[in-house]
Design a binder for this molecule. Structure first.
Ligand SMILES: [Zn+2]
Length: 234
């Protein structure tokens, strides 16, 4: 547990007294949600989870609270998109499993006394994202003492900073910010911009992405999310 301006910690590393101290100050739990999903030849298959975990850690350092270990169970991966031929390097789970897992995590964390539970999904497939948001809404009806907030990072920042993308400029910049050692932009062909069909890239060309740009995106996300968490805690 580290004390900076606020108390925060990685949940699985904390002792009970440390958890109670964090909860006493800022009763927030974060669930980083990723996927095992093909992200082209230039990024690791765990990009979504690595990104979500990194963002949750930075957010917890600003807003306080406990960050859970990353969940890598996802539905709606690129493997399930009929018109695409990216059939390997993804693990596709059922919608039923996703729903159940999200609901149990939300309700268990509420039972543990967390007043705000934030689920950040780094994987933006659909209906994966909508399922998690729907579960959050259902849990709010079931459990009136806690607030449940499910988001993707691009939901709460300006479009000029970040838009939904797959292994394109935004995701690659964030990956370069958190784990530059896992990115290999030189594996992409020179010449024409990468495409979804050939390269599994959906969105702006990732080749000019930088760690500095990733840090800026993370900062914008943390600012916006902290503001909302402050409101939810009130
Ligand atoms: Zn992704």
């Amino acid at each position: 547990m580290s004390k900076e301006t606020v108390l925060w910690g990685r949940y699985e590393e904390l002792r009970p007294d440390q958890i109670e101290a964090i909860k006493g100050e800022r009763s927030v739990a974060y669930i980083p949600w990723g996927a095992i999903e093909y992200h082209g030849v230039h990024n690791p298959i765990g990009l979504d989870g690595i990104k979500a975990y990194g963002l949750c850690l930075e957010l917890a350092q600003a807003a306080g609270g406990c960050v859970l270990p990353t969940v890598y169970h996802a539905t709606s991966t690129i493997k399930s998109v009929k018109d695409l031929a990216h059939r390997q390097h993804s693990i596709e789970h059922s919608e039923k499993l996703l729903k159940l897992l999200a609901e149990e995590l939300f309700l268990q964390l509420a039972d543990e006394g967390f007043r705000v539970v934030v689920l950040l999904t780094g994987h933006a497939g659909q209906p994966h994202m909508d399922i998690l948001k729907d579960v959050a809404k259902e849990c709010e009806k079931k459990c009136l003492d806690s607030r449940f907030w499910a988001i993707a990072e691009f939901d709460i920042v300006e479009d000029s900073v970040l838009v939904a993308n797959h292994s394109a400029y935004g995701e690659t910049a964030l990956q370069l910010h958190y784990r530059p050692d896992l990115v290999a932009l030189d594996r992409l062909d020179e010449g024409d911009a990468p495409t979804l069909e050939r390269d599994a890239v959906w969105g702006d060309d990732p080749r000019p992405a930088t760690a500095e740009e990733g840090a800026k995106i993370a900062e914008a996300f943390v600012q916006a999310a902290k503001k909302r968490i402050d409101e939810l805690l009130r």
